[in-house]
Design a protein around this ligand. Structure first.
Ligand code: GDP
Ligand code: MG
Length: 442
């Protein structure tokens, strides 16, 4: 998305405020991006209308491109729609025991798997005594599945008794939980492949019996548009309290999250990130917003750039880099800016797909202190050396090391780093991404 917006706004740099025409041009792209992320059409329409109101007339921030600024506005609105910036809502399990969590959803959405995931989390992290019960009487294999999962994660499962109705099992589960001192009871219900009245009636009668403090709709994020219809229908019939989106590990787009949250207004509590019982993550609105925008935290980068980096300086640098030139004066400036923006780790964390590099950096313990030392080394170079790094032979290295109070090895490292950065500059000068295999920045 930011690539597209970059294109739309390249012509617009230097204006005072975002005009209606500017914003509309950008929002056309946002609309397409949201639809591509599989966000439901009515949700897209509402969202665009909301962002439009916020964006028109907004002052253009000098240090960033208007396109980037619109991304930021869109991003903030996404985060808000997804549930805001705060920590995700926890499970409501602090009432009179047994606290009942009821799982609802279509067959195959991941209810049984999520039941086990929640049970494991509550047992391990929250030190709760959890009992799980399968009310899926239609498929005997479903009860076995939960029993097996329970054994593998060490959580109690209600013994299977043949011939009982789901309502009877629910009552038995409540009694058992009370008698054996379980303070959380998770009820895994049966689903169907399609929405139907019988399933809804069954689920709502179970809810009446068990009085769950938490009724979670489990939905497959890969079903996109269908997930919205599912959420709507379940929400009409059941007192839902939250959503769990499964298969988020296979969903690079995050559109279902936005749609379901917007349509139901329910908090998304967890994301299923895989088949294993540990693969459950508390929902993070910022992360999903970033995913929908198809970026790492470009937004954070923009925010910090707004605060710190002088735009003219950056433009000069960009021009120089476009010619593929990058000397030690440039490097000193860049290192200085890096510290201003929040250190190397901070910046790397915001770029997409750089976790690996980030790890390498912490391994090399390339911290801010070291950046300051490197600036010191560069300052011990003569003017000629800075402009023509090739001049720096062994003798000069020793002198520079002495002048800046570091080992020669440190000077060597800096020279190597400079070579790498110069290579990147060359690549960027040719219009390629600075790092092989990484998407190009706007
Ligand atoms: P149920 O019919 O709603 O109880 O669905 P299940 O819990 O039996 O899950 C159906 C299938 O989806 C199983 O093969 C699970 O391993 C898989 N599954 C569930 N949650 C996730 C998830 O978050 N990620 C992935 N990749 N697979 C999942
Ligand atoms: Mg099941």
């Amino acid at each position: 998305l930011s690539e597209r917006l970059g294109g739309v706004f390249d012509k617009l740099t230097g204006r005072g405020a975002l005009s209606e025409a500017d914003v509309d041009a950008a929002l056309r792209e946002v609309r397409v991006a949201l639809l591509e992320a599989d966000v439901a059409l009515p949700v897209v329409k509402d969202f665009i209308a909301k962002v439009r109101v916020e964006a028109v007339g907004e002052n253009v921030i000098k240090a960033v491109k208007p396109g980037q600024q619109v991304i930021k506005i869109v991003h903030d609105a996404l985060v808000e729609t997804l549930g805001g910036d705060g920590p995700p809502e926890g499970l409501r399990v602090n009432g009179e025991p047994p606290n009942v969590i009821m799982m609802a959803g279509l067959q195959g959405s991941g209810k049984t798997t999520t039941t086990a995931k929640l049970a494991l989390r509550l047992t391990k992290t929250d030190k709760r005594r959890v009992l799980m019960a399968s009310l899926d009487t239609r498929r005997p294999a479903a009860m076995e599945q939960l029993a097996t999962l329970g054994k593998s994660i060490g959580v109690d499962v209600l013994p299977i008794v043949a011939g009982q109705t789901p309502q009877e099992i629910a009552k038995r589960a409540l009694t058992t939980a009370r008698q054996s001192g379980h303070d959380v009871l998770i009820l895994d219900t049966a689903g169907r492949t399609t929405l139907d009245d019988e399933m809804m009636s069954e689920a709502s009668s179970i809810a009446q019996i068990a009085k769950p403090g938490e009724t979670l709709l489990v939905a497959d994020s890969l079903t996109g548009q269908d997930a919205v219809e599912t959420a709507k229908r379940f929400h009409e019939r059941l007192p839902l309290t939250g959503l769990v989106l499964t298969r988020a590990d296979g969903d690079g787009r995050g559109g279902a999250a936005l749609s379901m949250r917007a349509v139901t207004g329910l908090p998304i509590k967890f994301l299923g990130m895989g088949e294993r019982a540990e693969a459950l993550e508390p929902f993070d609105a910022r992360r999903i917003a970033g995913r929908i925008l198809g970026q790492g935290d470009i937004v954070g980068l923009v925010e910090k750039a707004v605060e710190n980096v002088d735009r003219d300086e950056a433009e000069k640098m960009a021009k120089k880099m476009a010619k593929g030139r990058f000397d030690f004066d440039d490097m000193e400036k860049q290192l200085g800016q890096l510290i201003q923006i929040g250190g190397l780790k901070g910046v790397m964390g915001m770029l997409p797909g750089v976790q690996k590099m980030k790890n390498q950096i912490s391994e090399a313990s390339l911290d801010d202190k070291q950046i300051h030392r490197q600036i010191g080394v560069i300052r011990s170079m003569t003017k000629a050396e800075r402009a023509k790094p090739d001049l720096i032979n062994g003798k000069r290295r020793a002198r520079i090391a002495k002048g800046s109070g570091v080992e020669v090895a440190e000077v060597n490292r800096l020279l190597k780093m400079h070579r790498n950065m110069a290579d990147m500059a060359k690549r960027m000068g040719k219009g390629k991404s600075p790092i092989p295999g990484m998407p190009n920045m706007p």
